[in-house]
Design a protein around this ligand. Structure first.
Ligand code: DGL
Length: 285
């Protein structure tokens, strides 16, 4: 079969946003598809991780941080490269901004098309697992399939540590995903949705430590296509891109700054976002 990859000629400034380094997987897809785009990155390091925060705290935080970042970077499109944020507050972020906002939707639809056994696993943060939005997606796109869900904040932290160059034993990845396969019916899973943008960063480790061969899919390429689709015609000229904005003070960002530079975001800037009034810790699991 011929290789049909076609980079888009689109120009403009794109801001890719996540709580930490997970959105780099999406930024990579956008850069590959739109080499003329000026791609910038932003991580809400001051509020990381999102996966264990209450819905109330995230709803308060997300429109505020999105506004502060857009003001600082002036992008043409804002991409929420985070399932935990998108499945909860996409509408609130859209209402807070006057540019197109692209959200991240767990790849349930392609998983439902791909599965041969009819059993799909979904790995995400605890927040994404309990969202009504996730349940709706399953109802709409995976009717008649069995979808088993497992929320793991450990896997987010492992992916983040792995990106920082820490040496993580394979057993850590094996134990983080084991509960999914140990669920009733888990032995029939043949397709796993990586419904947290951090997880494709450790796809290789997940494949290597799975109890048997399964497909691990994500929505990065679909988000890249959607980003180019919604780009306004009359965009900023852009430039090269490569700036990363962080919300925690510079003296706390050494580790992540090194990762961002390695991924092609050499300029790091601090963007202040007023602190939350709402308690950030999740009340119940
Ligand atoms: N990367 C994020 C996601 O896609 C969340 C990680 C976190 O902050 O818990 O859900």
């Amino acid at each position: 079969m011929p290789y049909t990859f076609e980079p888009s000629p689109a120009r403009g400034r794109v801001l890719v946003f996540d709580s930490g380094v997970g959105g780099l997987t999406v930024a990579g897809e956008i850069r590959a598809l739109g080499p003329r785009l000026s791609v910038h990155y932003a991580a809400d390091t001051g509020f990381f991780p999102y996966g264990d925060k209450s819905d109330e705290a995230l709803r308060e935080r997300l429109p505020k941080v999105a506004r502060a970042l857009v003001e600082a970077v002036q992008p043409d499109v804002f991409v929420i490269a985070c399932n935990t944020a998108s499945t909860l507050a996409l509408a609130e972020v859209r209402a807070a901004l006057d540019i197109p906002v692209v959200g991240t939707v767990p790849a349930i639809k392609p998983a439902a098309q791909l599965t041969e056994t009819g059993t799909i696993g979904l790995l995400a943060t605890p927040g994404t697992i309990r969202r009504a939005y996730t349940a709706q997606l399953i109802e709409e796109f995976a009717a008649g399939k069995r979808v088993l869900l497992h929320g793991s904040l450990d896997l987010v932290k492992l992916a983040e540590a792995n990106a920082r160059g820490e040496d993580i034993p394979p057993e850590a990845f094996a134990s983080a995903q084991a509960p999914l396969f140990a669920m009733e019916g888990g032995d029939a899973i043949d397709t796993v949705v990586l419904a947290c943008t951090h997880f494709p960063l450790v796809r290789g480790q997940l494949i290597a430590t799975a109890p048997r061969p399964v497909s691990y899919i994500d929505s990065g390429a679909a988000i890249a296509r959607q980003t180019i689709r919604v780009l306004p015609k009359d965009t900023h000229a852009g430039g090269q891109g490569g700036t990363a904005s962080l919300t925690s003070p510079p003296d706390e960002t050494d580790g992540i700054s090194r990762v961002l530079r390695r991924y092609g975001f050499p300029e790091i800037q601090f963007v202040a976002c007023e602190p939350n009034a709402t308690t950030s810790a999740e009340a119940a699991p």
